[in-house]
Design a protein around this ligand. Structure first.
Ligand SMILES: Nc1ncnc2c1ncn2[C@@H]1O[C@H](COP(=O)(O)OP(=O)(O)OP(=O)(O)O)[C@@H](O)[C@H]1O
Ligand SMILES: [Mg+2]
Length: 266
């Protein structure tokens, strides 16, 4: 298990962010992907972002990661404007994006190498391989791994940098149901130990309720924050409790996937 070295977490603020992309079929035109998004995440908060496919969740995470820039609006970490990528903002994509020519161990070490801290942090690699259940796969290459195992390597590679903000874009989506639930607990355990600020994109409402302090619900075309839901349930959470199921039903109703839900404020 990873030791509990508390890392200073960062607060995140997104203000009136708009982003459009060119429509290739109609030259000279663009389509808005994000239409004025504003929200804040406190340091050490764990927030989930849910919404229909194509509503702009990944676009938003890429902007926070500094991999792309907004057309207008501001993104700030601890009141400092985001001007580009940083190891302090870790991102785990839907696709694991591993280096195919490196072993699992070397893939996890890659972040340390990039920061020039491999020598002093090498001892943590075993901890993180154990964390994601790949301690016996250190010498394997990505093509030896299942999709889920690859995603676990990607998660370990981000976590080993001890980011102050961790951006998770459906990181557990490729895992089987049991591994996914175990990983949810592992990520939560890590969050409880280190209090890293986390923004988790997920299509799994149960995962959002199980893990988050707060859920941001997005709508599409263009992407906007439609609603914020505080999850005032103690941890560890019981996925079968009445309050959990009531929240689940309400959020599904909001996303138009379910029948009539109970009023969560009741
Ligand atoms: N680089 C790009 N060029 C053109 N359009 C883009 C680009 N990236 C995203 N888009 C468009 O922006 C919109 C939002 O895409 P995005 O990938 O952020 O959605 P998403 O909410 O993450 O969807 P999903 O849940 O399916 O992952 C989509 O209409 C998409 O086609
Ligand atoms: Mg996406």
């Amino acid at each position: 298990m990873v030791t509990s070295n508390l890392v200073a977490a960062s607060a995140l603020r997104v203000e009136e962010v708009c982003k459009s992309f060119p429509v290739l079929d109609v030259p000279g035109t663009s389509r808005p992907a994000l239409g004025g998004i504003s929200f804040s995440i406190a340091a050490s908060e764990l927030v989930s972002l849910v919404g229909p496919s194509g509503c702009g969740k990944s676009t938003l995470l890429r902007l926070i990661a500094g991999l792309d820039f907004p057309d207008s609006g501001e993104l700030l970490v601890d009141e400092e404007k985001i001007l580009g990528p940083s190891a302090a903002r870790g991102l785990v994509f839907q696709d694991p994006n591993l280096f195919p020519w490196l072993t699992v161990r070397r893939n996890i070490e890659a972040g340390l190498v990039a920061r020039g801290v491999l020598q002093e942090k090498r001892h943590e690699v075993d901890d993180f391989m154990r964390l994601v259940g790949l301690e016996t796969f250190g010498r394997s290459y990505p093509h030896h791994l299942s999709g889920g195992m690859s995603q676990r390597v990607a998660l370990a590679r981000a976590l080993i940098n001890h980011p102050k903000v961790l951006l998770l874009d459906e990181p557990l989506g490729a895992l089987d149901a049991f591994t996914r639930m175990r990983m949810q607990d592992e990520v939560l355990h890590l969050w409880e130990n280190r209090r890293t600020t986390m923004l988790l994109v997920t299509h799994d409402i149960d995962e959002a309720i199980y893990m988050s302090d707060r859920i941001l619900v997005m709508t599409s075309a263009p992407g906007r924050i439609d609603r914020e839901i505080d999850i005032d349930l103690g941890r560890p959470r019981d996925r079968t409790s009445e309050s959990f199921l009531r929240l689940r039903s309400e959020i599904l109703e909001h996303l138009h996937f379910a029948g009539k839900a109970a009023d969560v404020s009741a």
